[in-house]
Structures are given as C-alpha cells and as structure tokens.
Design a protein around this ligand. Structure first.
Ligand SMILES: Nc1ncnc2c1ncn2[C@@H]1O[C@H](COP(=O)(O)OP(=O)(O)OP(=O)(O)O)[C@@H](O)[C@H]1O
Length: 458
C-alpha cells in the first residue's frame, strides 16, 4: 500500500467525464484517474482496482448516485466518495453528506476548489490506510520480508525492533528520517526501505554535505537549457530518474536554508518543475533522509526550519553506535573477514576467540566503517589461517593516545616497557608531582614511605 492516488470518475455523460479527467490530470498530477460511464460496472471496478476516491454523479440510469454511495460506503469503507452533480439542491447535498459522502460539488463550481478537495481526500485516505497498515505490521512479531534486511547483520533486539518498524512504515508516503552516527548503517537501512517500497524502481542517493542551494535544485529538478538556435537541451534531475523509487538524502542537517524551503514545498505539493520550465511533474518517489546531527538542536540554533523538521520526522529510526551493540561484534568481524578475503582473493583467516571480548570496551568512533577497515587491514596482514589482531590493538592504542590527559587514559607505547621500567617511571612521576616529598609520593603510589625510600636508594 503506497500513496493513495487512484480515482474513479463515474458519470453517464461521456464528454463531461473526459473533460473532468483532463482537468484533474492537470490540477492533481499525482493522481491516477480512471473513468466509468456505466453505473452498473462501478462496484466491479472497485472490486478489482484499489480506488482511494470515487467522484460520483447523482442522476444516472440503472443505479442512481445515492444508491451507489450507500453501496460503496458499506462495501469499501476505505474509499471516499465525492459527489459531482448537476443537481443543485440543498436537501440532496445534506442527505449525501449524512450518508457518508466526503463532499458535494455542483458541476458549475470552481474546478480549483474541487481539485483542492480531491487532494485533501487523497491525503485523508492515504493517512488512514497508513495508520492501519503500520498498526497491523507493528503488532506482528515476524517480518514479512526478511530478505529486505539481508545486508544488515545483527542479533541486537533493539535493531530487530527497527526492522519491524521499517517494514511497517516503508510503504507510507511520508518521508523516513534515519538518525545515527557515521557508519551506524544509515545507508543500509535506506536500501532496505527501497527493497520494501519499490525494489524494481531506482534507488538514488545524494549527499548533502556542503551542497549549495543551486546544485541541490539542479540535481533534484533537472534543467532545460534554451540554446540560441532555439533548441532545448534537457538534463533530467533525480526526481525524474528515480520515478517511483527511493531518493536517499544523506546529511540532511547540512541543507542550506533556501534549499530547505524547496524541499518542504516539494513534500507539500508533491509537484516540481525542472529549472527553466513551467511544466509541473508529479513527485512519485519515497524520500528517505538521514543525519548524524540532532535536528532539534539545529532547529533551536536557527539553522534548520521547524516546518521541515516536523514534516520529516513523522517516521524515524535511530541507529545505535556500534559500541552499544556488543552482541554483534564477533558476527560482524566474521562477515567482514569473508568480504575482505573475497575481495583480496585470499583464504579467510579464523577470528581468534578472544578478539571480540578484547574489543568490548572500545568506543569505535567510526562505527562499522572503522570495524570494516580494521578487519580488511587484519586480513591483508594475515597468513590465511589465524587473523592477525595487531591492527585492532594498534587502532585501540592509537585512539587512546589521542585522548587528552584530562580523560585519564593510560597510554602504552607500541613497544611495551618492562615492569622495572614502569616501576621507575611511576616513582619518578610521583616524586616530580610532589616536589620530591617522599611521604606524599609514597601515598600517591600506595606504598609506605620506607618502601619508597628503599626503592629510591636501590
Ligand atoms: N548491520 C550491518 N551488517 C553488515 N554490514 C553493515 C551493517 N551496517 C553497516 N554495514 C556496512 O558498514 C559500512 C557502513 O555502513 P553505512 O554506510 O550504511 O553507514 P552510514 O551510517 O550510512 O555512514 P555515513 O554516515 O558515513 O554515510 C558499509 O560498508 C555497510 O555496508
């Protein structure tokens, strides 16, 4: 179930039907419009096509509009009906609304008003359908499409919950917002959303870090160049290329303010025009956006618009840092070993049993990017039997050595000192910190003053 956009126009006057279809195609380009001149066929058509909305005439041979309204409301409660008729009678209008019509229009009414109502009704049906779908999916403990998550290895319950959530909201026409530090798997989740939403349509990704407003507009909308000889060069934008697929906008927090307005307008109107053109095209894709930043904080600092923030965060997923996924480390190391061995055409070395526990306290500031890099390095240095763990230890020590002294981390040089050397270094440090006061230095070292004195003499 995706964006609700299918409309059935019902009227026994074929010429009116044609002109209404043309008008609505122009004013509500995102809608997909079918027509039906025979009132006897309406219920069959609804049975086979998933219509969000029916625009219904009242006076027709065989079944009147009022009869059909009652049947549609009873058999297809998720389909809305708008009456569009020549009958200008208040009583009839009131009766139709009471019997469940979404709205009532006279054929001579302004078509702009009708098109606004049609768009609003489509939104209402879309929201209702989404809500039902999300509720159903989220209450289920199993996944309908586990294959969509094949590239995301995890046994962490918090991430498995996110799978179920993504499956529930992937079909919603609202955007999906993914929060997470760099390397926590945001783009993998965006690809899973694509697998669920429209695996046969394109997946296009755009990184917004450092993008200008002009580049954003050209990339998304495309551009028409009018040449001096009158010819036109058209450059298709991502919205055209992606069609009904998924457009993944990474680093949304970096989007310049003016471009934020353009994106908001796009999400609201679901229409766009290429630069240099007046022609409006419907937006059919699903937007997935991601960020490492706290958008609420950016909003409080005045760099991210509230209206866009609220529009973007109707469905959101927060991915935990790798350091908070201890159950996954060993499995991910094995996965990356296999990948690295395949890429380098080497035989896959064995992961030492004590490697994952050794990494347990490590913070992985680069998350999976970092773990993957370490494993690739380790595989390239291995003999094909046991994994060489020195890249892990080096990375851990390197990171520790970057810690500032006030973070109180103990840093060992690459070549470990002997115990005697460490003893001497500790005594020297304690004496220096206490200005050679042996009693205070002994206290720092946790030994008696006489013991310290003996060591100093020895
Ligand atoms: N659960 C996972 N299982 C296996 N591989 C994963 C998993 N999560 C991420 N990866 C891999 O780790 C790397 C980093 O993941 P990804 O690019 O999705 O992170 P990201 O959060 O989008 O990063 P960035 O913010 O830098 O764009 C990729 O090579 C990805 O394929």
């Amino acid at each position: 179930m995706k964006l609700a956009r299918n409309i059935l126009l019902v009227d026994d006057e074929a010429s009116w039907l044609r002109s209404l279809a043309v008008t609505l195609n122009r004013l509500v380009p995102e809608a997909e419009i079918d027509t039906c001149v025979d009132s006897r066929q309406v219920m069959n058509r609804l049975q086979v096509g998933d219509y969000a909305l029916v625009l219904l005439d009242l006076t027709m041979p065989f079944h009147s509009g009022e009869e059909l309204l009652a049947m549609i409301r009873s058999d297809f409660p998720n389909t809305r009906v708008i009456i569009v008729t020549g009958v200008n009678e208040v009583d009839t209008a009131v009766r139709c609304i009471k019997n469940g019509a979404y709205d009532y229009f006279i054929k001579t009414d302004n078509v702009d008003d009708l098109s606004h109502t049609v768009r609003r009704a489509l939104e209402v049906v879309g929201l209702e359908r989404n809500y039902l779908h999300i509720k159903e999916r989220f209450l289920s403990r199993t996944l309908d499409h586990p294959e969509a998550f094949n590239n995301i290895l995890t046994c962490e319950p918090q991430l498995l919950d996110q799978f179920r959530y993504l499956e529930a909201v992937a079909f919603s026409p609202e955007p999906l917002l993914i929060y997470g530090q760099s390397g926590t798997g945001k783009s993998e989740f965006a690809k899973s959303c694509h697998q669920l939403y429209s695996p046969d349509a394109p997946f296009i990704s755009l990184n917004l870090a450092g993008i200008t407003c002009e580049t954003f507009a050209i990339k998304l909308f495309g551009q028409l160049h009018h040449r001096a000889n009158g010819e036109i060069d058209a450059v298709a934008g991502y919205l055209h290329q992606v069609g009904s697929g998924v457009l993944y906008l990474n680093e949304i927090g970096s989007l310049p303010q003016q471009a934020q307005i353009q994106l908001l307008e796009l999400l609201e109107s679901k229409k766009y025009s290429p630069i240099g053109s007046e022609q409006a095209y419907p937006v059919k894709c699903k937007f997935v956006v991601s960020t490492q930043d706290d958008l609420l904080q950016l909003n409080q600092q005045g760099t991210f618009r509230s209206d866009l923030l609220y529009r973007l965060r109707s469905h959101k997923i927060k991915l935990p840092p790798l350091a908070n996924r201890p159950l996954d480390i060993a499995m991910l190391i094995n996965h990356f070993i296999a990948l690295a061995a395949q890429e380098m055409s080497l035989s896959a070395p064995q992961q030492p049993r004590d490697l994952a526990p050794k990494l347990a306290g490590y913070q992985f500031p680069g998350n999976l990017h970092e773990l993957k890099g370490m494993v690739f390095d380790a595989v390239s240095r291995s003999d094909g039997v046991a994994l060489n763990i020195s890249p892990f230890m080096e990375a851990i020590n390197e990171h520790k050595s970057l810690c500032s002294p006030q973070q109180d981390c103990m840093v060992f040089p690459k070549q470990l000192p002997t115990l005697a050397e460490i003893n001497q270094a500790l005594i020297d440090e304690a004496m220096s910190r206490t200005a050679n006061n042996q009693t205070a230095a002994a206290q720092l070292l946790g030994i008696s003053q006489s013991a310290l004195s003996r060591r100093l003499k020895g």
